[in-house]
Design a protein around this ligand. Sequence first.
Ligand code: PAF
Length: 250
Amino acid sequence: MKSTAGWLKLRAGPLFAGKTVGFVPTMGALHEGHLSLLRRARRENELTAASIFVNPAQFNDPRDLERYPRTLAGDIEKLEKAKTDFLLLPRAREMYPDGYRYRLNETVESGALCGAHRPGHFEGVLTVVLKLLNLVRADRAYFGEKDFQQYHLIKEMAEAFFTGTKIVPCPTLREADGLAMSSRNLLLEPEHRELAPALYKALRSSVRPAEIKKRLVALGFQPDYVEERWGRRFVAAKLGNVRLIDNVKL
Ligand code: PAF
């Protein structure tokens, strides 16, 4: 494995060399959902690149940043197994040489849903993703639909700033019990892990969002919102310290 200015070269070959590149940005703690994005990137491009960067700018709660799972050695093994060609593994001072003085602010839709409950979150996401897209200059970048609001904002940001990278949405992968795959699932206490699939079940029920919210409270969740927009129903709810999000098409 060779290192080239922040890049870990996982496989042989010159850096990109005019070939099409599919990019999967991540914050690590890789699971089958990430691997499905990498498989798709591999099918649709000649080379694949991933990044692992736990982006401090998108965490509105410092305890959440501290607790975020970090499993780098295992992640690199998974990337090698998935035949990923390049891994970008930057440090915070490399991503933010300006000390985060320059930020990307979307003014209409980033205040809704998760944006209403996590101040500054999407500013951090959009800023880091624009930087990553500028560094990698991939043909396509792949994002999971579990974070649908994130995907939606990134897609329109990539177009608004002429990045030249096509943003590709990929379906949410679920555990056998229906829980949407997420790095944060690793942080769930065993009793909360057992309860967590009820979120997806509640989301799919035929009752109104307000009723779903009541049901979630009765089950022991602390819901931030259950809301419908863009032809989808969205939920965010906490179990203990862990905030879970999910959405379904209506
Ligand atoms: O979805 C994530 O893992 C992160 O928000 C992303 C897109 C890698 C930006 O830090």
